[in-house]
Design a protein around this ligand. Structure first.
Ligand code: PMP
Length: 354
């Protein structure tokens, strides 16, 4: 007899990207920002450390919500903070999906959605994207119509493409919610600030954001949701009271206040991204027009796994990904946009290993 819940027994479990603990790696596998966070973050954390760590943090994250709300031009009761946006996704699943409910997401996309659905005991359906990463419109509508939650990362991961607002709005489930996962939203040429929340379908849309990418705070773990207060209120009931700690709250607040720093880093990454895509093209790779801090690339010779291993031997980590589609297997390399130097290192290595 197993001690585990049936859902847990059946699970394969989620495998995060490799995080080598020793130095010396060119680490371009988990879409971290290569630049440090704003200096204001360090100052704020030091100040928080010198403060009262013996008392619990503010369960309402009042200061953070105020600043985040200003950015999205909404009131603070539209914001819910989380211990990374992955935690926000967990809170969403626990708030909106009952056991047996249908949860859906495009495929290939972020694989955590399926894992969270499995844990919750929800059913999960993949909406298989077309080979050019566009939506299979009719099938998407059919699945959305039955879904309690449809998760859509926009821009998408691992492809990096961004779908239009019209497409996103057309996907909002009539009997459920659309979670618009904008983990990479700040890297878009034209970033959004919650515009879709103010559309007619906005009452059923929840935008999630992370500070792990554009704000260079992956190590701190901070993300947040923005949605209509009715939806946030339900999520508030589900989240742990003290899900964000005193130090991470201080760091997140300081990072959000320094928009200039975030935007300067984002600009650098956009420039490097353009260079990386152009150079990959010269090496014979096909790339997707990326609106993120990573580039998805495939090579006509299909030797993606061999290249991943060859790079790893040189202490260069990129992400090798493989997806089973009805038309066969799709695999490729997802390369994070690092510093110019890191990107040149991976390009030189790719040239050498062929
Ligand atoms: N959504 C997507 C699409 C992601 O790629 C990631 C990062 N792996 C996340 C959410 C989670 O980010 P975090 O938990 O660091 O905020």
């Amino acid at each position: 007899m197993s001690l585990f819940r049936p859902q847990v027994q059946q699970m394969t479990g989620y495998t995060p990207g490799e995080q080598p603990q020793e130095s010396g790696w060119v680490k371009l596998n988990t879409n971290e920002n290569p630049y440090p966070p704003s200096p204001l973050v360090k100052a704020a954390v030091e100040q928080a450390l010198a403060g009262r760590l013996n008392i619990y943090p503010d369960p309402l994250a009042t200061e953070f919500r105020k600043v985040a709300a200003e950015l999205f031009q909404v009131d603070p009761d539209w914001v819910l903070p989380g211990n990374g946006s992955d935690e926000v996704l967990t809170i969403l699943m626990r708030t909106f999906a009952d056991a047996g409910d249908l949860v859906s997401a495009p495929y290939p996309s972020y694989t955590l959605y399926e894992t969270l659905a499995e844990i919750q005991g929800a059913r999960f359906e993949k909406i298989q994207l077309n080979p050019d990463w566009s939506w299979p419109t009719t099938q998407a509508q059919e699945i959305s119509a039955k879904s309690k939650i449809l998760f859509v990362p926009n821009p998408n991961a691992p492809s990096g493409n961004r779908w239009s607002d019209e497409e996103i709005i057309s996907l909002v489930p009539p009997q459920g919610v659309l979670v618009l996962d904008e983990a990479y939203g700040d890297f878009c040429d034209q970033p959004h600030k919650g515009e879709l929340l103010k559309s007619q379908a906005g009452e059923r849309i929840i935008v999630t954001r992370t500070l792990s990418k554009s704000y260079s705070l992956a190590g701190i773990r901070f993300g947040f949701a923005v949605a209509h207060p009715d939806l946030i209120q339900g999520m508030q009931k589900v989240k742990d009271s003290y899900n964000c700690n005193t130090l991470s709250l201080a760091a997140a607040l300081a990072a959000l206040k320094d928009q200039e720093w975030m935007q300067a880093n984002t600009k650098k990454i956009q420039t490097t991204r353009k260079h990386l895509m152009a150079e990959l093209g010269k090496l014979g790779f096909e790339t997707v027009d990326s609106q993120t801090n990573f580039v998805w690339c495939t090579h006509p010779d299909q030797e993606h796994e061999r290249r991943y291993q060859d790079l790893k031997r040189r202490k260069i980590l990129v992400r090798y990904m493989k997806f089973g589609l009805t038309a066969g297997v799709l695999d490729g390399l997802r390369i994070t946009v690092g510093t110019d130097h890191e990107v040149q290192t991976v390009l030189n290595a790719l040239q050498e290993i062929g």
